[in-house]
Design a protein around this ligand. Structure first.
Ligand code: GLN
Length: 487
């Protein structure tokens, strides 16, 4: 039955509904797979075997009675930054190691309502800060295509688990590229939706004006299924948009004729790996052959995006992470003689080095006398970046670019050089600053056999056209479906 593990959500739906396989059998296969390969990949922080088997039994009952939804009985993995009632939600931090939320995130409620199966919680960079999953307080996740390499981050566990076939699909979160970059490095599809399309209620906050939850999947169609399931207005998130759920699977069916694909000159620069560029060009050619028109565009403020992001994201993080004080949540230091010392010791012991670096940077940017020079300036540059995209989308319908300048790097290669690590986010960060949707679509492999992703971006709430372009690109490339065996 090994090949069952290769199937997509839409393919499994048919098998489940026709009774060729039960949700309990499918869940059992995935649990076996986790037991046999997660030792090597280390994607899961928590495996929820008992809950998964119970959910699968319930799913089988629903399927039998003929009331299955698109995700009924589909085994999924969830990034450990999304609150799951009664189940540890650690953010891969010592601070929340024993935290069991008393409530479910909105996205979890939506998945449960469809009777999807949750196999467990997936490893990440601590509090979603990082690009390699090496900042997890527990262990590093490995890239299933080459175990010596990083899977990307911060949703490294979510991407690795899908590629290693330890879940059919997963949820991640993306503040500056954390879904798209690991998706690209692991050869899966990863989507960051328009800001406000998916509720952030129950997503542990990193940078509230940038964070979004989104799917990591084996196909563009699966990303559409998962996004349709989790999108929608939610009163419990004040930034949630009062919009109907987009009809993505329908728009996938339309062709590429007449679609204008913008190629930003600032994204094809020196320093981008040669094979990344050549694989992306193949993708562009495939789109052109299907009737798309390629147009040159410019996003002139791209070079300021990283500086802008590392002011805004750290400022918001310093405020959001002030709640971890040893009183309200999680970890508390043991030896202290007064309240102030308790706070200090708790935060000194509970947070890892990258999280501390960001809290200090953010606190500095927000402090009296520096606010105007840093935070206010960054907000103004953010507006310029938004304007860049608005202008560009006057000339094109979607924008195509690399996801990351290189394919997956070696574990340990950049971990002691934060600036190098930050630079690898150059092509994903502008999308978060502008609040628009972006998707990583697998488009080839480098000479070492490591996956390369192509990023597609679209205007605010233009998910339908984004999916249309992505679905056709996937088909046009006709990449043979292959996955790392790990045996
Ligand atoms: N790598 C980026 C960072 O370290 C993005 C993280 C994210 O999207 N959560 O901040």
């Amino acid at each position: 039955m090994a090949e069952v593990l290769d199937l997509t959500i839409s393919e499994l739906r048919e098998l489940l509904d026709s009774g060729d396989i039960s949700a309990q059998e499918l869940t059992g296969l995935y649990l076996e797979r986790i037991a046999s390969v997660d030792e090597k990949v280390k994607a899961y922080v928590t495996i929820t075997e008992k809950e998964a088997r119970d959910q699968a039994r319930e799913a089988d009952r629903k399927i039998k009675e003929g009331s299955a939804s698109p995700l009924t009985g589909i085994p999924l993995g969830i990034k450990d930054v999304i609150c799951t009632e009664g189940i540890p939600t650690t953010c891969s931090s010592k601070m929340l190691k024993d935290f069991r939320p008393p409530f479910n995130a909105t996205v979890m409620e939506k998945l449960e309502a469809q009777c999807a199966v949750m196999l467990g919680k997936l490893n990440m960079d601590e509090f979603a800060m990082g690009s390699s999953t090496e900042n997890s307080a527990f262990f590093s996740t490995r890239n299933p295509w080459d175990l010596e390499r990083i899977p990307g981050g911060s949703s490294g566990g979510s991407a690795a688990a899908v590629a290693a076939r330890m879940c059919v699909a997963s949820l991640g979160s993306d503040t500056g590229g954390s879904i798209r970059q690991p998706a690209s490095h692991c050869g899966v599809v990863g989507l960051k939706p328009t800001y406000g399309l998916v509720s952030r209620f129950g997503l542990v906050a990193f940078a509230s004006s940038l964070d979004q939850i989104g799917p990591l999947t084996r196909s563009v169609e699966d990303a559409a299924i998962l996004l349709e399931a989790i999108a929608g207005h939610d009163e419990r998130d004040s930034t949630s948009l009062p919009r109907p759920v987009p009809r993505l699977r329908k728009s996938c069916q339309e062709g590429l004729k007449g679609i204008r694909v913008g190629i930003p000159k600032e994204y094809f620069i020196e320093g981008v790996q040669e094979k990344v560029v050549s694989e992306i060009k193949k993708g562009l050619k495939a789109m052109e052959e299907m009737g798309a028109e390629l147009v040159d565009i410019s996003l002139p403020h791209t070079e300021y995006a990283i500086a802008t992001y590392y002011i805004i994201a750290t400022a918001e993080a310093s405020s959001n992470l002030s709640r971890y004080d040893g009183v309200k949540y999680g970890f508390r230091a043991e030896n202290y003689s007064n309240l102030m010392e308790m706070y200090k010791e708790t935060r000194a012991q509970g947070f890892g080095p990258e999280v501390k670096r960001r809290i200090m940077l953010g606190t500095y940017c927000l402090s009296a006398g520096y606010y105007d020079a840093f935070y206010k300036k960054a907000s103004q540059v953010r507006t310029l970046i938004i304007e860049d995209f608005k202008k560009a989308f006057g000339k094109c319908d979607v924008i195509a670019s690399p996801v990351a300048p290189t394919t997956a790097f070696k574990i340990g290669e950049k971990v002691h050089d934060p600036l190098q690590m930050y630079l690898s986010d150059i092509f994903t960060i502008p999308v978060n600053l502008a609040g628009i949707p972006g998707m990583s679509v697998p488009c080839g492999f480098d000479r070492k056999g490591l996956p390369v992703g192509l990023q597609l971006m679209a205007g605010h709430l233009q998910e339908e056209i984004l999916f249309r372009a992505a679905y056709n690109l996937e088909r046009g490339l006709g990449l043979e479906r292959k996955w790392p065996s790990l045996n």
